[in-house]
Design a protein around this ligand. Structure first.
Ligand SMILES: CC(C)(COP(=O)(O)OP(=O)(O)OC[C@H]1O[C@@H](n2cnc3c(N)ncnc32)[C@H](O)[C@@H]1OP(=O)(O)O)[C@@H](O)C(=O)NCCC(=O)NCCS
Length: 153
């Protein structure tokens, strides 16, 4: 259950709690994909989930500065011991609300074709799933691309 878990807007200093756990939470080295700049410059549109002082989950996302109708979720993670209780769904809904409040009508995200949990999660959240798209992130770096319309009703 996630009843005791509270969501709040992220702050730059949350980076020092998030960065040390991501490799463990993902089960592979991915911390290089989350440099400090994301919390320094996108904390207002990122979310932290806490149970007391304990970090339960987080979402790093932003409102596209270049594509006026789009918002983008870069990373979402839930503590391994807290999965399956709807916390990532709560984080996504929180982000959808702030994106919609800014007039955004679609949310995009990507993942590795090997991240079957992420693909299943995004399907469950109603995202359209495209790919794997060959060379999406450069040579030999295929990606699965997700998009959700916020105005689909
Ligand atoms: C993916 C992740 C964020 C899901 O967090 P979670 O809190 O367990 O997800 P929720 O409980 O909110 O699940 C929401 C829905 O997705 C489904 N889902 C979530 N993870 C799933 C999985 N691994 N396999 C199948 N379905 C899954 C749930 O069944 C649920 O669907 P339902 O409401 O129809 O029953 C979590 O497993 C995680 O942190 N993984 C490691 C990090 C990662 O890969 N992040 C995504 C890429 S950035």
């Amino acid at each position: 259950m996630t009843d005791d878990v509270r969501l709040r807007a992220a702050e730059p200093g949350d980076y020092d709690r998030i960065a040390p756990v991501v490799d463990d939470w993902w089960g592979r080295p991915i911390q290089g994909g989350l440099p400090r700049l994301f919390l320094d410059h996108f904390h207002r549109t990122s979310l932290v989930a806490e149970d007391g002082d304990a970090l339960a989950g987080f979402l790093v996302g932003f409102l596209s500065p270049s594509v006026p109708d789009a918002a983008y979720i870069h990373f979402v993670g839930v503590h391994p011991g807290r999965r399956g209780g709807g916390l990532a769904r709560r984080l996504y809904r929180g982000f959808f609300d702030l994106a919609a409040a800014d007039g955004r009508t679609r949310v995009r995200a990507i993942t590795s074709p090997l991240n079957h949990g992420s693909i299943a999660f995004h399907r469950a959240m109603g995202f359209a799933v495209q790919g794997p798209v060959p060379d999406y992130d450069g040579p030999s770096t295929d990606r699965v691309v997700f998009e959700l319309r916020l105005d689909a009703g």
